[in-house]
Design a protein around this ligand. Structure first.
Ligand SMILES: NC(=O)c1ccc[n+]([C@@H]2O[C@H](COP(=O)([O-])OP(=O)(O)OC[C@H]3O[C@@H](n4cnc5c(N)ncnc54)[C@H](O)[C@@H]3O)[C@@H](O)[C@H]2O)c1
Length: 253
């Protein structure tokens, strides 16, 4: 029996990349999964079901309150409870990198709306159910970009820094409800999103990232999912407000 048998998990930004991998891993541990994204999640749902897991999908914009509530409602309709929320959706692959003064103002605003406000909308949508159930686990995806201070994506790094403050402050508010709120800050992983934002600089950047690490290999998706499973499960039941660096020892908190 998996660690998450009987639990229900929502993963945002689940159409591809890391979000899709989290869905497969959570379902493998026994969770029933709601895969949601602004894009179609049919492929992710197909992958989970093909591996013998339970998943459904919905298309929604996490930055919008009504749409975030619709995710929670659809999850409750299908599965009757919500135990885990992975706030993974972000403007990342679709951002333009560049020096701070060249960034587009509309893109800056959109980045904050999705990467920061989106967490708030989704938490507001699921927390009442978690409170009624007597607990839950919220996992927010930050980034090494925020903690290290990676250059040339100031909007992105700033938004992921906000994820850490959000996590700490909300953890303080929800501890009384036995709802844990933690963040994960991964280093660079080779995903479609990474290729899109890094373009021709991807391999050079990956080498530079590796040189700064204690462990001398590039992070792969399969090395990251374990931290999500740990924070989702009761194995971490006394852990809240934390940011776990999954960065091969680039920075030590
Ligand atoms: N890949 C990396 O190197 C890396 C490193 C650290 C952190 N992260 C974070 O991990 C997460 C996933 O990254 P990824 O590499 O799979 O990249 P990605 O760009 O493919 O993932 C983001 C997903 O969020 C979705 N999304 C964007 N706006 C949305 C909205 N308004 N509503 C709902 N969904 C929306 C996208 O459609 C996409 O599927 C992101 O939060 C990213 O910031 C990635």
């Amino acid at each position: 029996m998996g660690n998450l048998e009987g639990k229900v998990a929502i993963v945002t930004g689940a159409a591809r990349g890391l979000g899709a991998a989290y869905c497969v891993a959570l379902a493998h541990e026994g969770a029933a999964v709601m895969a949601t994204d602004i894009r179609e999640c049919a492929e992710t749902v197909g992958d989970v079901v093909a591996a013998g897991g339970r998943a459904i999908g919905t298309t929604a914009d996490v930055a919008n309150a009504n749409s975030a509530k619709a995710i929670a409602d659809a999850t409750l309709d299908a599965y009757g409870r919500i135990d885990i929320l992975v706030n993974n959706a972000a403007m990342y692959g679709n951002l333009h990198a560049g020096r701070f003064h060249t960034l587009d103002e509309a893109e800056w605003d959109a980045c904050m709306a999705v990467n920061v406000k989106g967490l708030w909308q989704c938490c507001k949508a699921v927390v009442p159910t978690m409170q009624q159930q007597g607990g839950g686990s919220i996992i927010n995806i930050s980034s090494l970009a925020a903690v290290y201070g990676i250059a040339n994506a100031l909007h992105y790094a700033t938004s992921k820094g906000a994820v850490i403050g959000f996590t700490r402050a909300l953890a303080r508010e929800l501890g009384r409800d036995n709802i844990r709120v933690n963040a994960i800050a991964p280093t660079m992983v080779d995903t479609p999103g990474t290729s899109e934002i890094m373009k021709e600089n991807r391999d050079r950047f990956a080498e530079a990232v590796k040189r700064n690490q204690t462990l001398r290999k590039t992070l792969e998706t399969e090395d990251l999912v374990g931290t999500v499973l740990y924070l989702a499960s009761d194995m971490s039941k006394f852990v809240t407000g934390q940011t776990i660096m999954v960065d091969g020892g680039t920075v030590y908190l």
